[in-house]
Design a binder for this molecule. Structure first.
Ligand code: NAP
Length: 324
């Protein structure tokens, strides 16, 4: 079978597909494919493994109805028009679960880095501004016994809550559309409404998928309800946050700090004012970027394709309704 991989993925995933005797083509470039290039490459393939952040919209699926399956090497699928894939009968899979620990680590890293102004203090050394010990300069805040509010307590949110409770005995509150009984029983997490999440949290960490409902959910109205001493952490998708409103809230002291692994757009403009602010830490979307996790994601994505080739249901299917 002809398999097109949209970006170089860890070798373990490629080897698995090759060892099954398939014909692999890889778009081996740091630059994403244009829409035309993507369609052209996919029209010549039977299966596609998406290793990057390519967009697969209705136009794509109308032009690539030849595809037998699309396997995403990510848990998020806001870049894919799932109903358009389903309309063409194309199964789409993702890689849930195996990246939760690594992504929660980055949320934890950002929470702690913002609380101690770590990135800013590092920049001070580079700029020759470290003159000696100063008892009052650039002080951080501590996380012990504070309240962590999670917007979207699913797999990754649970891992962050577990770490925050173990490390700092943080109280966990959360807002989802439905209850997460495991988090309530295992971590003592408390379900609250959205406004309570905003007003009670010392740190709010975002873990919901990007959907029309969550887009721009954190805007000036939300920031106005949050504590002035609060920290916002986003490792979900940049689109959940209105970045201009966030910048203003940080500039005016309405919020204490922010840690972002995801931005809107990506990549972030290097001149973005958020990058030079004292209480802001930004990372370039590295949530799942460990050797172990990326190997596992590549293997899971490859196994989804191998299952599809065998005529089996993809184990991590998103649009189950494509199967009779
Ligand atoms: P998940 O297990 O599905 O958890 C998402 C949670 O969000 C669910 O508990 C869901 O609960 C809640 N939710 C969905 N819509 C909501 C809404 N409108 N309002 C409030 N809560 C809502 O997903 P996950 O595996 O934890 O991944 C979460 C997201 O993280 C992904 O979608 C992806 O975008 C992002 N991610 C980023 C990175 C990175 O590199 N930074 C890595 C992996 C994943 P209900 O259904 O009950 O509402």
């Amino acid at each position: 079978m002809k398999i097109f991989i949209t970006k170089r993925i860890p070798q373990k995933g490629i080897d698995l597909l090759k060892s099954a005797g398939h014909d692999i083509t890889i778009h081996d470039s740091p630059n994403p494919l244009s829409e035309r290039e993507l369609i052209k490459a996919c029209q010549q393939a039977d299966y596609v493994l998406n290793g990057g952040m390519q967009k697969f919209d209705a136009f794509f699926f109308q032009n690539c109805s030849n595809l037998k399956a699309l396997s995403l090497m990510s848990v998020g699928y806001d870049n894919v028009d799932i109903s358009a894939a389903t309309a063409q009968g194309i199964p789409v899979s993702n890689t849930p679960g195996i990246l939760s620990g690594a992504t929660a680590d980055v949320a934890f890293l950002l929470m702690l880095s913002v609380s101690r102004k770590a990135f800013f203090n590092h920049k001070r050394i580079l700029q020759g501004e470290w003159k000696g010990f100063d008892p009052t300069a650039h002080l951080g805040v501590e996380l012990n016994n504070k309240t962590l509010g999670i917007y979207g307590l699913g797999r990754i949110g649970f891992e962050l809550a577990r770490k925050a409770k173990a490390a700092y005995n943080m109280d966990i509150i959360y807002y989802n559309r439905g209850r997460n009984r495991d988090a309530e029983q295992i971590l003592g997490a408390q379900y609250v409404n959205f406004d309570e999440l905003l007003t009670r949290s010392d740190v709010i960490s975002l873990h919901a998928a990007l959907t029309p409902e969550t887009k721009n959910r954190f805007d000036k109205n939300s920031f106005a309800r949050m504590k002035n001493a609060a920290i916002l952490v986003n490792t979900a998708r940049g689109g959940l946050v209105n970045e201009l409103d966030l910048t203003e809230a940080l500039q005016t002291g309405q919020l204490w700090g922010a840690g972002l692994d995801v931005t809107d757009p990506e990549p972030m403009d290097p001149k973005n004012p958020l990058l030079t602010m004292e209480n802001v830490c930004v990372l370039p979307h590295i949530g799942s970027a460990t050797v172990e996790t990326r190997d596992n994601m590549a293997l899971m994505a490859a196994n989804n394709i191998l299952a599809a080739i065998k005529g089996e249901k993809m184990p991590q299917i998103i649009n189950n309704e494509v199967y009779p």
